[in-house]
Ligand binder design. Sequence first.
Ligand code: FAD
Length: 379
Amino acid sequence: MVSFELSEEQQKLVAKAKEFADGNIRPVARQYDLSCEFPWPVVQKAYDEGIINGAIPKQYGGAGHSSFDGCLVSEELGAACSGIGICIDANNLALTPLLVGGSDDLKKRVFGHLIENRGLAAFCLTEPEAGSDAGAVQTTAVRKGDVYVINGHKRFITNGKQAMYHTVFCNTDPGRGARGMSAIVVPADAPGVKIGRELPKMGQRASCPVEIDYNEVEVPVSNVIGKENQGFLIAMKTFNRTRSGVASAAVGMAREALDVAKKWALNRKQFGQPIASFQAIGFMFAEMATQVTAARFLVWNAAILTDQEKEVGTYSAMAKYFATDVAMKVATDCVQIMGGEGYSQDNIVEKIMRDAKLSQIYEGTNQVQRLVIAKNTLK
Ligand SMILES: Cc1cc2nc3c(=O)[nH]c(=O)nc-3n(C[C@H](O)[C@H](O)[C@H](O)COP(=O)(O)OP(=O)(O)OC[C@H]3O[C@@H](n4cnc5c(N)ncnc54)[C@H](O)[C@@H]3O)c2cc1C
């Protein structure tokens, strides 16, 4: 029997995440969007409340959420402000490579130190020549005795400036392309790590991705996640697990825009009646409500398959592209429904529209998700 009812415990988790978002994120969402400052107080509060590090098992000091529970939390954070939400959720992306491939020793060492210090981590894959083509990284890690020496340049790294640890994808066997990649944990304070320019951007502006240079950075060989040259596989397994998180935040954005526009449409009168009574507007709500529901079920499907440790790549790609496309479409339609007020910064839907755009791009563009689905469907 399949049930779409949340358990009592899950309902409590949603209530807790909503309370956190309403109390700590929603009131400052616009402020951080305008200032582009990093929301440290909110991140620290997320530590106080056990909202961060959901993917990390309790035995390592994390919140120990299942993938499904993580999605319930991400939807609430995304609804309140996806920019602040990603500052909190980026730890899950950066630390999942250790969960899928790291030794117990490495997990204990990194998670223990990070969580004790209430710190952040960054996932460092993208480079100027390696965007959608993630296997094309040019950052090198050369083994010299007991250390790797890392040289290279990363860009668009979320929380890169704030992180204590970087999960860096490097080339350890240059002749082998994606098969010669390794994932290596780099402490941010290692000599030779240099944080570069912040990316000025359209949406999710509380989060400030940066460029990072690695110049002759030495890390112990024991910092390799899994085995040498398994990095590409680890990155793909990571995305399979984390894409439902991006998708659930997108469901949150769409849900929020819909709620705001609904209140508006029921109150705003033109031609002597609420605009909600015009069929053209009503049909837009019908489509948006259907799409948000469908997106949430695709997210839940991917999260449940992840928790059951089933093959989830196709389904997490479906959830990611569908939910983020829905967020973009719904936010755009909600701006339209609210007319000039929707376009104004007096209302939150214009921010959601800018925020939603990014979710179609990071953690693999939606074209890349379609490539994954097409490849697996046409096998
Ligand atoms: C704000 C922000 C935060 C980010 N955070 C991180 C982070 O924390 N860590 C990290 O490692 N990266 C991060 N990224 C990088 C992000 O994952 C990449 O931007 C994304 O994967 C796309 O790469 P690209 O920007 O180089 O675009 P490109 O790969 O150059 O793609 C450009 C366009 O071409 C399309 N395209 C490319 N190849 C194909 C193809 N084969 N078929 C069809 N279309 C194709 C793409 O879909 C896209 O529309 C972040 C990016 C942004 C903007």
